[in-house]
Design a protein around this ligand. Structure first.
Ligand SMILES: NC(=O)c1ccc[n+]([C@@H]2O[C@H](COP(=O)([O-])OP(=O)(O)OC[C@H]3O[C@@H](n4cnc5c(N)ncnc54)[C@H](O)[C@@H]3O)[C@@H](O)[C@H]2O)c1
Length: 347
């Protein structure tokens, strides 16, 4: 009994001790979890505050961009110059010769006149936009005093490297240096300047004054500040920016080419007509234009070039150009620009 009595309290004691321990563990756990949750919450709040601060700083930096240099006045360059001038920036438009500069400025004038005709731009806005544009054939003159440089020269890494080296020597140290490349590596281009943290991709779409999307591409050495300022500046232009890491094809071409190549494979396999494949995406997926019509507009040769590049760099069969595409390019069926592609454009 005493043993029993002795054992009982012992048992009780151990039960108590056990319960106490459990309770203690429970209490410690609860406190620990609460503490951890509190710390997590505090960290989240701090992170949210930092993000909000970074957004405000980026917006201020984007608003402070007063002078923009656009290098290359072709299809993309003239449009980029136009949208920058339209929001109040002084824009220098550089190209290699006077004819190209004049042609770029004339295209801006024509776009704006059309905007006035359609009632989308006021005559005052057109005149003010035009008054903020200045053409030049001197790259040094173009980038002198610029807060942002946007390069829109032909798609050649060698050429872009050369341009960025010149810009690095002639532009102010604070200037952001952007490239409108549609496929080349931002890291590779950034390697030609002393401070790669200020280099980013600002990938506009054609026609620039109409298309909303801008891919803001950040390389491994692009600073967050540069990236965020790029995003804020794109918004200032009335665009919808997306942020993409420097990777072959960024986001847009990588997805667009897969769809385009697969659609061509389906024509090759006689699964449906080009019209019906396009209709599947237009009506079934609400794409404004099917992948084959889009391929005709972009140019089959251009899409073949991108597909080959992505097939090679991403090492994925999804990008392998179909034989039909190669054949059509070899036959000169390049799409709208040659009169025939998947569609007949001669009429
Ligand atoms: N065309 C498109 O739909 C499209 C869309 C997005 C991005 N991009 C990219 O934009 C860039 C420009 O393409 P684009 O279609 O406007 O080409 P484009 O051929 O229409 O215009 C290029 C312009 O650059 C000029 N140029 C030549 N050498 C130069 C130099 N050393 N410095 C400055 N300018 C020079 C040319 O005279 C020409 O006016 C390319 O990197 C291209 O990949 C094109």
């Amino acid at each position: 009994m005493s043993e029993g009595a002795g054992r009982a309290p012992e048992t009780d004691a151990s039960v108590d001790a056990g319960a106490g321990t459990e309770e203690a563990v429970g209490t410690t756990d609860a406190a620990g979890t609460e503490e951890a949750a509190g710390t997590e919450e505090a960290a989240e709040t701090e992170e949210a505050a930092e993000t909000a601060q970074a957004v405000v700083a980026a917006e201020a930096a984007a608003d402070a961009i007063a002078t923009v240099a656009v290098l290359g006045a072709g299809t993309m360059g003239h449009g980029i110059a136009q949208v920058c001038a339209a929001v109040g920036c002084d824009v220098r438009v550089y190209d290699v010769n006077e004819t190209a500069v004049e042609a770029g400025l004339a295209r801006i004038g024509a776009n704006l006149d059309k905007g006035v005709q359609l009632g989308k731009v006021t005559a005052d806005d057109r005149d003010n936009t035009v008054s903020r544009l200045r053409g030049t054939t001197s790259i040094e003159e173009a980038v002198n005093g610029a807060d942002l440089v946007v390069e829109a020269a032909p798609e050649s890494l060698e050429l872009k490297e050369k341009i960025f080296r010149t810009v690095d020597a002639a532009a102010p140290a604070h200037a952001l240096l952007a490239t409108n490349t549609s496929s080349l590596s931002i890291d590779a281009i950034a390697a030609s300047v002393a401070d790669p943290t200020r280099v980013l991709g600002l990938h506009f779409f054609n026609p620039v004054h109409i298309m909303k999307l801008v891919e803001v591409v950040w390389g491994t050495r692009t600073s967050e500040r540069t990236r965020d300022t790029g995003v804020a500046f794109a918004r200032r232009l009335g665009k919808e920016p997306i942020v993409v890491r420097d990777a072959p094809g960024f986001a847009s071409s990588r997805l667009g080419i897969v769809l385009g190549m697969e659609a061509i494979r389906m024509v090759e396999q006689d699964i449906a007509s080009a019209e019906d494949i396009d209709r599947a995406m237009e009506l079934g997926y609400r794409h404004p234009m099917g992948p084959l019509k889009l391929t005709d507009l972009v140019g089959l040769d251009v899409r073949l070039g991108i597909a080959e590049y992505l097939h090679h760099t991403l090492d994925s069969e999804a990008f392998r150009p179909p034989e039909l595409l190669r054949q059509m390019v070899a036959d000169g069926r390049l799409g709208k620009k040659s009169g025939r592609g998947f569609y007949d454009w001669t009429e």
